[in-house]
Design a protein. Structure first.
Length: 324
């Protein structure tokens, strides 16, 4: 397996120094990142993965390993001609997400995730991480005319509440412009640009991009689409989210607003290519109900974490290719 760099956040959203396990002050985050992250020249893509609900440190690392194995084994140059070559550098962000798998546990981790980004520093730390990676990578050039395959592309992949962390980090750059390094590929007001954002089974309300993350749709530092999978068998974002917040979540029904920016398509088999036009939208809902089904009857969370399939890797690699 390709070994990732693993970074941990505590319940306050502070970065923990991988060497000492102690929280890092805001002013010291860049130094810690510089000590532990080194993007090799041979890397074609940088992938930041953030896990979701109900993981210990060990299971979060195992989930990240499954994700990386899927992507690495799924790459075939003839299937993704835009990539030609794939050599990814992976950064995994862990956070305290463990609870019981029922409504009380869902509410507790929802509240923690919210507090980590609103009262704590999780969004700022992730924003600094993305900015640092942007500084260290070989920039692809200014879109669209100067994009080139020789650059190193930056992708964010989240699961469940982990996707909310990543969306918060991107919006932090738009709203508060934290002290991160780097320059934006398209808009000099922003310190970094993310090429793609993919969230599996997002634990958020369907209108969150109209009410909370509206900057992402217009003038935030993200070049590509926001791609969101959903499944009717996801009980966590279906039943638990509805009982906790009065509406089913994105992971169950998809994003609904602002409707003029929302497109819909289905999760494709690995032998079926996506058309550029169906993914070249601001928000793209991917219906994975036919694939993300395991645990529907016996697991309290349903198919919320039933995402480890070649089709998921196919979506990641397709988006990476379309970013070129």
């Amino acid at each position: 397996m390709t070994r990732p760099v693993i970074l941990d956040l505590d319940e306050r959203g502070d970065l923990l120094d991988p060497g000492t396990g102690r929280p890092v002050p805001a002013a010291g985050v860049r130094q810690v990142l510089a000590r532990w992250l080194l993007v090799p020249e041979t890397a074609t893509d940088i992938v930041v993965f953030t896990h979701g609900w109900n993981n210990t440190r060990r299971t979060a690392e195992r989930s990240a390993g499954r994700f990386i194995d899927l992507v690495e084994s799924g790459f075939h140059a003839d299937r993704y001609p835009e990539l030609a070559h794939w050599s990814a550098y992976y950064v995994v962000v862990r956070w305290p997400s463990m609870s019981n798998p029922f409504l009380t546990g869902y509410r507790r981790i929802r509240d923690r995730a919210h507090a980590m980004t609103t009262e704590g520093r999780a969004a700022d730390v992730l924003a600094q991480l993305l900015g640092y990676l942007n500084t260290e990578r070989r920039l692809p050039g200014s879109p669209p005319a100067l994009r080139n395959a020789a650059g190193q592309y930056l992708h964010c992949v989240g699961h469940s509440f982990g996707g909310r962390f990543l969306a918060e980090a991107i919006q932090v750059a738009a709203d508060r412009r934290p002290p991160v390094l780097g320059w934006n590929l398209g808009d000099p007001r922003y310190p970094y640009t993310v090429d793609t954002l993919l969230v599996f089974q997002m634990a958020a309300a369907p209108d969150v991009f109209a009410c909370r993350f509206e900057r992402i749709l217009h003038n935030a530092p993200i070049n590509g689409p926001v791609v969101l999978t959903h499944s009717r068998a996801d009980r966590a974002t279906g039943l638990w989210h509805r009982l906790a917040e009065g509406t089913a979540g994105i992971g169950h029904v998809g994003a609904s607003a602002p409707s003029q920016y929302v497109a819909w398509t289905a999760l494709r088999e690995i032998t079926a290519a996506y058309e550029r036009g169906e993914l070249d939208q601001r928000i793209v809902n991917i219906d994975a109900s036919h694939r993300y089904r395991r645990g529907r009857w016996w697991n309290p969370a349903g198919a919320h974490s039933d995402i480890w399939y070649p089709e998921s890797a196919h979506l990641v690699l397709t988006l990476a290719g379309l970013a070129r």
